[in-house]
Design a protein around this ligand. Structure first.
Ligand SMILES: Nc1ncnc2c1ncn2[C@@H]1O[C@H](COP(=O)(O)OP(=O)(O)OP(=O)(O)O)[C@@H](O)[C@H]1O
Ligand SMILES: [Mg+2]
Length: 292
């Protein structure tokens, strides 16, 4: 599979490029093309990661299917043969990395659910004893499991800016109290379902973020779900609280980037081959484990 960094699909109307996805307008629906771009610290790296777009698409598809009884999602089809003619023409590029989806109005919120104390959450707790303003019990260990998953929303910022953690109350001011409650409950339910499925395959989902949108007056799950871009995956058999965990996701790249003298602003550094290959390998492996 060829590495795709950017698409310019002739005959289709490009309406946006996120850090990872190119979005085309199909009139009533949208076409989401997941490229092989990778971002870290909100900066897009110059290298593509082989098979990444494929992995993210297949995993999202898997999770959409396994959560559709909890909440409707945006997926119409991931089969290019079922898409309009002008899309089919580009099948060679699009196959396996594309979804035709319902055009929703995204809520400007990243719905983050954490089951374990890790990453920025651990840093926050160490410094303040709280997690995004929520008081936690004393003496928690790094990577320790919470009694119940914790919802920590963030604002969704434009390209180039960092998402910002906000309180649940602030989120409710933005989307309304009733919607805020619903998003929180959906996000936690989706996380819990995914955790129980992943655990059967020996994987812990430490945390994840999802996006919701409004479609025909209803809240639906959009974008990507429970991928190694949006989640932290750990091996259950290696899990040991009290330290950072070996993870099967973007953390591998972040750890490498932390060793560099780079100020975390664009442009990102050119990645060495072994980092690209290892990252690709991890993305493929986690897909195979979870979807088996
Ligand atoms: N069904 C949908 N309707 C409307 N917009 C959508 C839908 N699904 C996803 N989107 C939007 O498409 C974009 C996807 O691009 P991408 O995932 O590359 O974005 P990003 O938000 O820049 O990065 P990141 O996910 O790393 O924060 C997001 O802005 C998302 O809100
Ligand atoms: Mg996104």
């Amino acid at each position: 599979m060829e590495v795709i960094l950017n698409t310019n699909l002739e005959g289709l109307k490009l309406v946006g490029r996120g850090k990872v996805r190119d979005i085309y307008d199909l009139g009533e629906n949208l076409l989401i093309v997941t490229t092989d771009r990778i971002s870290a610290f909100d900066v897009i790296m110059p290298n593509g990661i082989p098979y990444k777009g494929y992995v993210l698409t297949q995993l999202s598809k898997f999770w959409f299917k396994h959560t559709e009884d909890i909440i409707e999602n945006h997926l119409i089809t991931a089969n290019v043969d079922e898409m309009p003619e002008e899309v089919k023409k580009h099948k060679a590029i699009l196959d396996g990395r594309t979804m035709m989806v319902k055009k929703a109005k995204p809520f400007p919120i990243e719905c983050v659910v954490r089951g374990y104390l890790s990453g920025s959450g651990w840093k926050d707790y160490k410094a303040t004893g709280t997690l995004c303003g929520i008081k936690l019990r004393d003496g928690m260990l790094e990577s320790e499991k919470f009694d119940e998953p914790i919802f920590t929303p963030a604002t969704k910022e434009e390209l180039g800016k960092h998402d910002e953690n906000i309180s649940f109350e602030r989120m409710c001011e933005i989307v309304g109290k009733e919607t805020g409650e619903k998003l929180k409950n959906y996000a936690i339910s989706v996380y819990k379902r995914a955790l129980s499925i992943a655990e059967k395959n020996g994987i812990i989902i430490a945390d994840t973020k999802m996006e919701f949108g409004l479609y025909n007056g209803k809240i639906i799950l959009i974008d990507e779900v429970l991928t190694p871009d949006s989640s932290r995956f750990w091996f259950k058999k290696l899990y040991q609280p009290g330290k950072p965990q070996e993870s099967m996701d973007k953390q591998f790249l972040r750890n490498y980037l932390e060793t560099l003298d780079w100020n975390k602003t664009a442009p990102g550094p050119i990645l060495p081959d072994y980092i690209v290959e290892q990252t690709s390998k991890r993305y493929i492996e986690i897909m195979e484990i979870l979807t088996k």
